[in-house]
Design a protein around this ligand. Structure first.
Ligand SMILES: Nc1ncnc2c1ncn2[C@@H]1O[C@H](COP(=O)(O)OP(=O)(O)OP(=O)(O)O)[C@@H](O)[C@H]1O
Length: 230
């Protein structure tokens, strides 16, 4: 579904990605693991066309997107949930949900979103500011499920959240996968991704240095703790 090859990215003079190569197949949950500053967020932003300069190849469903603009990339069916979540404080939960344009058929309806996220239904009229961190994260993910995007790029969805909320987000991602969405996930929370993902890519200094399938994760734990510094 997504094939990234030889991806380089820069912020002004700063060369951050140095030839990233990886793939995400339809229906998979795939993670990017790595230390702070390894280039994980920049990889998601580069796929979306949100870095000042990028080179290489990003193919989505066979179509080359390396020269495309962010709105064109979104309309191809890629949804991005940034680390800062992007909830509009002055809008209600319902208004936030309706904000992104529908880009393709097959997105979840508001009724389906409310079934999946009962909290968001209860809070439909509340302003974005009144939401807890966990509710904001759920809203940020729910919002892109509506658009018909089939590949979701999620940047650290559990950051700063309490363990019980992390568990809820995990259940929600498992349910989204069950419904046929494909997910590329950046995470620091190792325990969280271990249960969810099909494969893990290890990122170091702007490159993929290893790929670990889910079944091999247990035997690699010590090595990974050392490499990730967690
Ligand atoms: N907007 C920016 N301008 C300049 N440099 C940036 C910018 N954003 C990130 N960087 C730099 O790019 C490198 C990679 O950052 P990135 O955020 O992709 O790392 P990461 O692996 O996602 O880690 P983190 O979990 O800390 O976000 C870092 O050295 C960072 O300082």
């Amino acid at each position: 579904m997504l094939e990234v090859s030889g991806l380089n990215a820069w912020y002004d003079e700063s060369h951050v990605l140095h030839g990233m190569d990886f793939t995400v197949r339809e229906g998979e949950v795939v993670t990017l693991l790595g230390r702070n500053g390894a280039g994980k967020s920049t990889t998601l932003k580069s796929i979306m066309g949100l870095v000042p300069k990028r080179q290489g190849s990003v193919r989505f469903r066979g179509q080359e997107l390396i020269a495309a603009r962010p709105d064109t990339i979104g309309r191809q069916g890629i949804g991005f949930c940034p680390e800062e979540r992007g909830i509009f404080a002055s809008l209600s939960v319902h208004e936030n949900l309706l904000l992104p344009p529908v880009v393709a058929p097959g997105g979840l309806t508001i009724a389906e979103i409310h079934t999946l996220f009962p909290n968001l239904q209860e809070r439909a009229r509340s302003p974005g500011t009144k939401l807890s961190g966990g509710e904001q994260q759920m809203l940020a993910i729910a919002r892109i499920l509506r658009t018909g995007a089939k590949l979701l790029l999620l940047d650290e969805p559990t950051e700063g959240l309490a363990p019980v909320i992390v568990q809820q987000i995990g259940n929600m991602i498992a349910e989204i996968k069950r419904r046929g969405f494909t997910i590329l996930l950046v995470e620091q929370n190792f325990r969280f991704v271990a249960k969810l993902a099909d494969r893990h890519y290890l990122v170091e200094q702007g490159k993929i240095i290893d790929m670990i399938p889910a079944h091999a994760l247990a035997s690699r734990m010590d090595d990974l703790h050392n490499r990730l510094g967690v």
